[in-house]
Design a protein. Structure first.
Length: 157
């Protein structure tokens, strides 16, 4: 596979494209890994292991978990703790390695309990003391998402 090939994730990707995504990250495509990848691409928010287990009812929890661990090791997904009590997973942007300088802000809705990736809002750069090395950055705002705010406004009319 050509490493310079740029792929934009979308939920209607065919199997060959999904396989290409895995191979580019040096991950051997298996049926379970393809299913997990497709579910991650199709999600509108970051997802927990439990979310994926519900979505992929034909794949057992340990298989999903092993796929996610491998995806994280190969920098296809990153994990985050949004304060909900469950570790969440999201795809790294294509061409990125999930480095701290490539991260963006997340928003956790306290009403619907979904976490959204705000792709156009980069994490602010912060100076750190000499001899400190940043390994990861998690910038999460908590509040009410636009969908929940709209529902609330309609109820109060």
């Amino acid at each position: 596979m050509q490493s310079h090939l740029r792929i934009v994730y979308n939920k209607n990707m065919n199997i060959a494209t999904l396989e290409t995504i895995l191979v580019k990250r040096d991950i051997r495509p298996t049926v379970a890994r393809l299913l997990v990848l497709k579910a991650l691409i199709g999600s509108q928010a970051v997802v927990s292991l439990s979310d994926l287990e519900i979505e992929l009812d034909t794949v057992d929890r340990s298989t999903i978990s092993r796929a996610l661990i491998l995806f994280q090791q190969r920098q296809l997904v990153y994990t985050m703790d949004d304060g909900s009590g469950a570790l969440k997973y999201a795809l790294c942007d294509e061409g990125h390695e999930c480095l701290p300088e490539q991260q963006y802000v997340r928003f956790y809705c306290t009403v619907c309990e979904h976490t959204f990736c705000l792709h156009h809002t980069p994490v602010p750069l912060i100076s750190i003391p000499k001899n400190f090395t940043v390994e990861s950055v998690q910038y999460i705002m908590h509040g009410v998402c636009s969908k929940c705010a709209k529902k609330s406004a309609q109820r109060h009319q």
